[in-house]
Write a protein that binds this ligand. Structure first.
Ligand code: ATP
Ligand code: MG
Ligand code: FE
Length: 342
């Protein structure tokens, strides 16, 4: 069975196509059009700009994906209905409905966050019960995964900024440009991660074990830089970047390992654009190895938003026997991960 996935929750218009054999999905096409450059001068994603870009990109991206896969039409369409930007989601969902109707194929409405987890199976095969750590510009979540055809459980999330958002804001503070994550990662390469002891948010004995907070860390970086400038001292951008990055990677990986231990699972899956970060990857590798946990990390291209992840999740949901969604299914910008709208 050929499943097409459509993704438009943020600033990427993604159309992916997979073949599902009943147990595993195989990638046939992965086309992404990003409006990231159009947001750069604003220092963040502008919803209206993203929606217009999706409108322009959706039909050509679908055409390219079908050409790349060498198919005329899929057997089913999966689409992200949430969480995400309301106007952006509408474009992908409207396109999915229109094509489902025109091609007379079933439509499956799926959750964006579940897609970030499911995409790992393309490279690493069927997923055992696992904990997933998702870190991107809009999300920071620890998730419990039993079976990809079933709703995923949220164990914890950020109480303020997303981790990727913190990377972007600190990068801006250090004049490194937008999107700041990759620039900050590069700047940190020559720095000392122990130069500055930045705070580890939500790690006190009374804090929720799987929740995160990054706004205090961002403020601590701003205070440190201001203090140095005010007292006429120089600021080592590599040291600040490396110490900040270490604080983020430390908290994310420590909580993820704890969640694996508490749930008795032996697999940790990473996902989301910020898992491209070199220190998050290396610390996750060190700590999972020490704990005897298998680490699964999709390649960076599959970690950022794309349509293949939605096609892959759709395939698993179909494989689990779900009924198609009605063509009246609505977008759900604030969709929580537990809720299945199938
Ligand atoms: P969503 O939150 O809906 O998944 P998004 O567009 O915000 O969408 P992604 O496209 O998955 O997120 O990832 C982009 C984010 O990842 C940005 O915040 C970017 O700064 C961050 N990022 C990318 N590469 C790195 C890196 N090497 N280190 C740290 N952060 C990174
Ligand atoms: Mg993005
Ligand atoms: Fe995402």
């Amino acid at each position: 069975m050929i499943v097409m996935g459509i993704e438009s929750s943020c600033d990427e218009t993604g159309v992916g196509i997979v073949e599902w054999d009943g147990a595993t999905a195989t990638l046939l096409a992965d086309e992404v059009a990003s409006s990231v450059d159009e947001h750069a001068r604003y220092g963040g994603v502008v919803p209206e700009v993203a929606s217009r870009a999706h409108l322009q990109a959706i039909v050509p991206t679908m055409r390219r994906a079908r050409e790349a896969a060498g198919i005329d039409r899929p057997d089913a369409i999966a689409v992200t209905i949430g969480p995400g930007l309301a106007g952006a989601l509408l474009v992908g969902v409207a396109a999915a409905k229109a094509y489902a109707l025109a091609w007379d194929v079933p439509l499956f409405a799926v959750n964006h966050l579940g897609g970030h987890v499911a995409v790992d199976t393309l490279e690493h095969g069927p997923m055992p019960p696992a904990v997933a750590l998702l870190v991107s510009g809009g999300h920071t979540h620890l998730l419990g995964v039993q079976d990809l055809s079933q709703p995923i459980v949220e164990l914890g999330t950020t109480v303020d900024d997303a981790a990727g958002e913190a990377f972007d804001k600190v990068a801006r503070l250090l004049d490194l440009g937008y999107p700041g994550g990759p620039a900050l990662d590069a700047a940190a390469r020559g720095g000392d991660p122990e130069a500055i002891a930045f705070p580890r948010g939500m790690t006190g004995p009374r804090d929720a074990p799987y929740d995160f907070s990054f706004s205090g860390l961002k403020t601590a970086v701003a205070r440190y830089v201001e203090g140095r400038v005010r007292s006429g001292q120089s600021v080592s951008v590599p040291d600040v970047a490396a110490s900040f990055q270490e604080a983020v990677a430390d908290v994310l990986t420590a909580k993820a390992i704890r969640a694996c231990r508490d749930r008795g699972v032996e697999t940790l899956v990473l996902g989301g654009g910020a898992t491209a970060n070199s220190r998050i990857r290396s610390l996750a590798a060190e700590r999972t190895e020490a704990a005897g946990i298998e680490l699964r990390v999709p390649k960076p291209r599959l970690c950022t938003d794309n349509g293949v992840m939605i096609a892959t999740l759709g395939a698993h949901v179909i494989g689990g026997g779900a009924q198609p969604s009605p063509l009246t299914v609505a977008t759900d910008p604030g969709m929580s991960v537990q809720i299945s709208k199938l």
